[in-house]
Structures are given as C-alpha cells and as structure tokens.
Design a protein. Structure first.
Length: 338
C-alpha cells in the first residue's frame, strides 16, 4: 500500500498515546502510521467495548476472526432489486399498522427493534434483559406484509457485542436466515476516532465475518463500511474491487451527527468509495449537508435510510407517513442546492 501519511488530511501530530500504540506490531494489515491519530491510551481498557493492542486477549480476538486480513472474506450473493432513493426504517411502534401506509416496496427494520424484550437503561448504561431473543415472527407483523425487508444490524454496543459473542450458542445466523429477510446489513461495530487501530481493524473484520456467515447460508448481505483514515479507506477499496458481487454497502451516520469530525469521516469514506468503486451506498441516519450533495454528484448510487419520518408520523399524528417522507426528501433537495 502506498505511503499516504504525507497527504492524508486527517494526519495528526504524534501524541504521547500514539507513540505507545503497538497495533502495527500485531498485524501487517495495520499501517504503522495509523497510530498517529491515537488520542486515548491503549493500556488499561477502562472504556466499555473498546479493544486495544495492549489487551491480554487480543491474540484470541484475532483468532476468533481468523486474523485481520480482509482479503480472506469473499461474498457471493448479489442483490438484484433496484433500491429506492429512500428506504423507510419501520420503528417498533408501527409494527401493527397496515402496510399500505408505507409508500415503499423495500423497507428496513433495526436489530434492536426485533428483540422479544426491549433494551433498557440503568444508571446511564444500556443493558440486555435476561432471556432476550430475536422475534422470529417479525415479518408476519401487518406492516411488513408484501414488503421486502432489509434488516439493519445496528443497535447499542452492548446489544451488538452480546449477540456477536453469543452467535454460535444462540444459532444467530440460522435464526436470521430462517426469518426470510430480503437482505441483512453487516453489524455496526463501533469505530471511534482516536481509539487504537487494532480495535478498528478487528471490528472491520468482525462485520465482514458476520456477512460471510449469512452469505454462506444464502442470505444477501450489505456490508457495513466505516473508516476513520485513508489507510482504512484504501483497504475497503481493495476489498470491494476484489468482491464485484457486492453491489451495495451501507454507512451509518446516526451517531456521527454529534461530531463534526465523525461526519467528515462519513463523507470522506462515501466520496472515496463512490469515486473508486462501482458500489451503491445506503446512508443510514443523517442525510443533510455534504452527504446530500453526493446524491447529485453520483445519481442513482446514493440512497438514504431513516426511521425519523415514520417516528414523526407516529408521535405527532399531524401528517401521514408519506407526507413526512416527502418532507425528508425535499430537505435533501434543498440541502443539495444550497
């Protein structure tokens, strides 16, 4: 891979913590210069769901996903349907509604909304209730009748990590397969700017392994892509070019809306992959600003998915779902023109 450290816009002056990062020593699939952006200590985890190069269990973590080399994952199932500009993600509160209220053949549902028990917050932290399972009858709900349903594998970190570590015990992939989703996105494992690149590389490989397990069972998957530096974007480009069956990816912009740098990472990644590959991208979450501008620049290749318009219709009750979706799309147009 070429040396990009002189040109990448997100290079930072080496900090004390970056000098202590040993991630590149663990794998040749992490560039040594990625440590330049580390702003949190790699020793002493101290933060929930954060994996670093200095954790005792990182060798086991790598073994769990057969190393950090992305090239070992090859997906075969290709999506065939044309995606709409906007994919409504249906919140739990609308499961009992009639499907004709949702003006789209293709809709989405989020992983945390198909649990038999809701996630709960206690003392500021989310917890997964005991005996929580996936509702295997979810597609029999009235709102999903006649729809092609995409499962967006997103949720709170505690949910994602728990399902990942319990995946074999609970037969997760067979359960998802048997439900009959039209497609399933890769798990949205967190990549946080400033954290150890080892944790980044591990989470990227984990989401690809999740896709591979479903792909082998005949399920169409949509890899979840996120990157916080140019080295990671290059690795995604190489992987996508080597997997031409992958026609669509998704990028989550829900949490990044609170962070200017986070939204910049989303835009840079989406723009780079649109320019250097042939994939279409589903932006899940925030859509205004520079992201909306990509739709004009790459017509037909940017799609947006969100639950906001449906939640507005559910809570406010002053407009229909269709009217709130039209407001969402109109705001996109205005954002693109401004």
């Amino acid at each position: 891979m070429p040396d990009l450290s002189k040109t990448q816009e997100d290079s930072r002056q080496i900090s004390l913590f970056s000098e202590m990062c040993r991630s590149a020593n663990l794998s040749s699939h992490i560039h040594s210069d990625e440590a330049r952006s580390v702003t949190f200590p790699c020793s002493g985890r101290g933060r929930l769901n954060i994996v670093t190069c200095q954790d005792d269990g990182n060798i086991d973590d790598m073994a769990d996903v057969n190393g950090l080399d992305m090239s070992g994952i090859n997906l075969q199932i290709s999506m065939t349907s044309v995606l709409p500009d906007f994919i409504p993600i249906i919140p739990r509160g609308m499961f009992g509604r009639n499907s004709y209220e949702i003006p789209s053949e293709i809709v989405g549902v989020m992983l945390n909304d198909i649990l038999t028990k809701r996630m709960s917050a206690r003392h500021g932290y989310y917890r997964l209730p005991d005996n929580t399972t996936i509702d295997t009858d979810i597609l029999r709900r009235p709102v999903f009748q006649g729809k092609k349903v995409i499962l967006f594998s997103v949720g709170q970190d505690i949910l994602i990590e728990t399902l990942w570590w319990e995946r074999h015990k609970m037969n997760l992939f067979r359960i998802i397969t048997d439900i009959g989703f039209f497609a399933v996105t890769g798990m949205n494992f967190s990549l946080i700017s400033g954290e150890c690149p080892f944790g980044h590389a591990l989470n990227i490989k984990k989401t690809l392994c999740y896709c591979k397990e479903l792909d082998q069972l005949g399920v169409g998957t949509i890899p979840h892509v996120y990157a916080v530096n140019q080295y990671q974007r290059e690795r995604w480009k190489i992987w996508l070019l080597a997997n031409p069956s992958v026609k669509v990816i998704t990028i989550n912009s829900q949490l990044q809306k609170r962070q200017k740098r986070g939204m910049g990472d989303v835009f840079d990644t989406a723009n780079f992959l649109l320019e250097n590959t042939a994939v279409e991208i589903i932006i899940h979450g925030r859509a205004k600003g520079a992201l909306a501008g990509l739709k004009k620049q790459y017509p037909g290749r940017i799609h947006f998915a969100a639950s906001g318009p449906l939640k507005n219709a559910l809570i406010r009750k002053d407009k229909t779902v269709t009217e709130y979706i039209n407001i969402f799309l109109n705001d996109l147009t205005i954002s693109t023109l401004s």
